[in-house]
Write a new protein. Structure first.
Length: 443
């Protein structure tokens, strides 16, 4: 039997049921957009989005939505026959992992903003989605409103991505930007970030780099067609950054940013590996990421044929994140209406992750030394002994104690670590106060 266009139109669903898990800042914005933009969304999708239920912990509170939509039984909601798409904006590993698995196993498409879950369980969830022929979308899991996941998965699918580097945590970027602008120390700036709502009551996930590492794992997995988890990502936070570091960086025409870096590494024999790392680093003021200030995020992608691409915008917040969620919802809904499928997980490359000790970069090393003849020569000798070449030296201080800052050329991280250990044993070096990487230069 030949199916005509009009017959196909008649067979398409007129409405799609949506379940929302979580009604915090992002969930509330998602519900608002679905409700207020119903006509536009129907025109874009070809069917109406109808909210079937909203899972919350406490159904007795007035949440500004019809009470009959609220439920404290998300497990039953995600498998209902009248639900086609599940939106998860709860966060954390459990119960979201179990709920998303149940939804996918029952053929529901899932849209999630859960970076922590995806950083460790993308493979499991992607396999479940493929088996059920359902969609799994997660644009909002990385950099809020900034579209970077879909360009990596689709727009650059025919290219070879060499590097993805960016500022993907607004809290740490606000703190470092404020320290650079005001000269205040880390503790005072963190307190101000909390007062303004940029830092959580417990800021550990942000300031210690866990949030950025989860996002780096997701980006590396997509960019290099390999499964990378948060445990594979080398991580350092910003808690040891001082105002003196930022002032010293400025004298080298640099600033300091917490960077998430995912990079393809080619050995001399042609073997390819991945580097996935998060740490505070000096970058030249001329680098595009140096001008990203406040709580904004930015991601720079470098591809073999497309060259350098930059994505910039608000990386967090209810409305910006909800915008990314709704972009995924529209894609998943269209696939339901027109019997399509979203892009599947691609892990064909299965590239190994290189240990940080083998990853080369440049370094900034600050130390306090006794001001006497021969000290600089002795310090330089330790760098040379471990094959770490010095690019620049700056000396600051008084007659009794001097602050010595060394900028190196590229060297393996392991060689630098050995050098620092040797410096700390020198009688003339009273303390190694800072060791930071330097990114964004050609040397």
């Amino acid at each position: 039997m030949t199916v005509t266009a009009s017959t196909a139109d008649e067979q398409r669903p007129r409405e799609l049921g949506v379940a929302v898990l979580g009604l915090g800042n992002v969930g509330a914005e998602v519900v608002r957009i679905i409700t207020e933009n119903a006509d536009d969304l129907r025109a874009r999708i070809g069917a109406s989005l109808v909210i079937r239920g909203i899972a919350v912990r406490d159904t007795s509170r007035d949440r500004g939505v019809p009470a009959e939509l609220l439920t404290d039984d998300p497990a039953s909601l995600v498998v209902r026959d009248d639900v086609d798409i599940v939106i998860e904006v709860v966060g954390g590993i459990e119960p979201p992992r179990t709920l998303i698995r149940a939804a996918l196993d029952n053929g529901k498409s899932v849209v999630t903003a859960n970076k922590a879950l995806l950083a460790d369980y993308t493979g499991e969830l992607a396999d479940a989605a493929a088996k059920a022929r359902a969609d799994l979308y997660f644009e909002a899991a990385v950099a809020g409103a900034i579209p970077v996941v879909r360009p990596l998965m689709q727009s650059l699918a025919g290219d070879t991505v060499e590097r993805v580097a960016g500022i993907v945590n607004g809290t740490t970027n606000f703190i470092l930007s404020a320290m650079a602008e005001t000269g205040a120390d880390y503790g005072a700036t963190l307190a101000e970030a909390g007062r303004l709502g940029y830092a959580e009551a417990d800021p550990t996930a942000d300031v210690e780099g866990y949030d950025a590492a989860a996002k780096a794992a997701i980006l590396a997995s997509i960019a290099f067609h390999s499964r990378v988890t948060a445990a594979d990502v080398y991580r350092e936070g910003i808690t040891k950054i001082t105002s003196a570091d930022l002032a010293s960086a400025a004298k080298f025409d640099c600033t300091i940013k917490l960077l998430s870096i995912c990079e393809r590494i080619r050995d001399a024999d042609g073997t390819e590996r991945i580097s996935a790392r998060v740490y505070p680093a000096l970058i030249p003021l001329s680098h595009p990421l140096a001008t990203v200030s406040g709580a904004y995020n930015a991601v720079v992608v470098e591809a073999a044929n497309a060259g350098r691409l930059m994505f910039y915008g608000q990386g967090a917040g209810g409305a910006p994140t909800a915008s990314a969620v709704m972009g995924d919802v529209v894609m998943a809904a269209r696939n339901k209406v027109y019997s399509g499928r979203g892009p599947l997980e691609s892990t064909y490359a299965s590239l190994p992750v290189a240990p940080i000790a083998q990853v080369p970069t440049r370094y900034y090393v600050a130390m306090k030394v006794v001001d006497r003849p021969g000290v600089l020569e002795g310090v330089a000798g330790e760098f040379a002994k471990h094959d770490v070449s010095i690019a620049a030296v700056r000396q600051e201080g008084d007659d009794e104690e001097t602050r010595l800052v060394v900028i190196t050329h590229r060297a393996p991280d392991g060689a630098l670590a050995t050098t620092v250990a040797a410096l700390e044993k020198m009688e003339a070096v009273t303390a190694v106060t800072s060791v930071l990487r330097m990114e964004g230069t050609d040397e």
